[in-house]
Ligand binder design. Structure first.
Ligand code: F6R
Length: 366
């Protein structure tokens, strides 16, 4: 049932190209270069009225939401707040008119996310669910559903569910942009065609995973590690850090690179391992200066950048290059090496990759 893979997690990592294609299937009008969601109650007319969006989820789904926020704000110019469900449900969020609440959940059964959905509905907000499980509680109770169609995810550590949730957000962001008429048609068409190239690009990364396996071997004795990034790279860092903690039990922290000097820099010493994501052109110089700061304190840095970056290798100890894509879409590619680092580190340490200690696949209690 693992199709020859040693673990479900590795199988699911490799299923991502197919999962991403399935998330897109039936949702793109090729002739018009538009996103279509024929079954949504959220019609282009109702999109025009939207003034505010909440995104609510837990864990990895929350990390997808952090990216979703930036995607929707940039494409559709609607202000978005993103919350962890267990916080949202008790913090008495203000629901204005014309607010949409988006809940994200692989299983569709996470107790806090379901409670947040109910709280939103009680306050008169329309609710759209991005979920992988058709017929789940969250899918049944939401007004609208975008199914990710990634197929069953068995490993506790979420991989293909996350990247397919990202695709869900890109499609939704484009759909909202069409309704709001924010970004011009040509710019939208560019994002859309780059989106359609992602599955092949993920495949290309997976075909060259050997270097990552060696890297994992080199960090397995560490007891702490830092992930740094800005903007979308910071959001991906959060997911990379969670994945590593979850299955390798190595403590790590994701840090917004600009926040380093406000405390965390004190933890960097000779030999501290840092993974620095740097895929955003407008933030590149800033990242290089943060990398220089940690290097000056002895950090050993792996940089993750786009393949057209000819410079980063001069500032770091090792680089991992990912295929070039539209700037908004880099998370789908940059997270793949991070998933593999977590996986191979867990394997190198002899842990139970698919069933890490203390964790359950579906958290149906508070
Ligand atoms: C991490 C992980 C968890 C889940 C979280 C939400 O790898 O799997 O953080 O993402 O428990 O689960 P769903 O998406 O089912 O609501």
């Amino acid at each position: 049932e693992k199709d020859g893979y040693a673990h479900y997690m590795l199988k699911e990592i490799h299923e991502q190209p197919r999962a991403l294609r399935n998330t897109m299937t039936g949702r793109i009008d090729e002739a018009q270069k538009k996103v279509i969601f024929p079954t949504l109650q959220l019609t282009p007319e109702s999109v025009q009225k939207l003034e505010k969006i909440y995104i609510v989820a837990c864990g990895t789904a929350y990390h997808a939401g952090v990216i979703g926020k930036q995607v929707i704000e940039r494409l559709a110019h609607i202000p978005v707040e993103v919350d962890v469900a267990s916080e949202f449900r008790y913090r008495q969020p203000l629901f204005q008119k014309n607010t949409l609440t988006i809940v994200v959940s692989q299983s569709g059964e996470t107790a806090d996310t379901l409670a947040a959905l109910r709280e939103a509905k009680r306050n008169g907000s329309a609710v759209l669910a991005i979920t992988n499980v058709v017929g789940s509680s969250i899918a049944r109770e939401a007004d609208d559903v975008i199914t990710t169609n990634a197929g069953p995810e068995i490993a506790v550590a979420s991989t293909k569910a996350y990247t397919s949730q990202l695709i869900g957000f890109y499609l939704l962001g484009l759909y909202l942009a069409q309704g709001k008429e924010t970004v011009d048609q040509q710019a939208r068409a560019e994002v859309l065609s780059a989106l359609q190239e992602l599955p092949d690009q993920v495949e290309a990364i997976l075909a060259h995973a050997d270097g990552i396996r060696q890297y994992a071997e080199s960090i397995k004795e560490e007891n702490q590690l830092f992930f740094l990034g800005r903007g979308l790279d910071y959001a991906v860092s959060m997911e990379g850090s969670l994945k590593l903690k979850e299955i390798s039990y190595i403590h790590s922290e994701a840090y917004a690179a600009g926040e380093l000097k406000h405390g965390t820099l004190a933890l960097i010493e000779e030999g501290t391992r840092v993974i620095a994501l740097s895929t955003q052109a407008d933030l590149y110089e800033k990242m290089v200066s943060n990398i220089t700061e940690v290097k000056a304190r002895g950090a050993v840095v792996l940089g993750i950048a786009l393949a057209n970056n000819m410079e980063l290798h001069r500032s770091v100890d090792e680089v991992c290059l990912i295929p070039v894509t539209n700037e908004l879409l880099t998370p789908v590619l940059s997270v793949i090496p991070l998933q593999l680092i977590a996986y191979y580190t867990s394997v190198a340490l002899g842990h139970d990759v698919d069933r890490p200690r203390n964790l359950a696949k579906s958290v149906t209690v508070e």
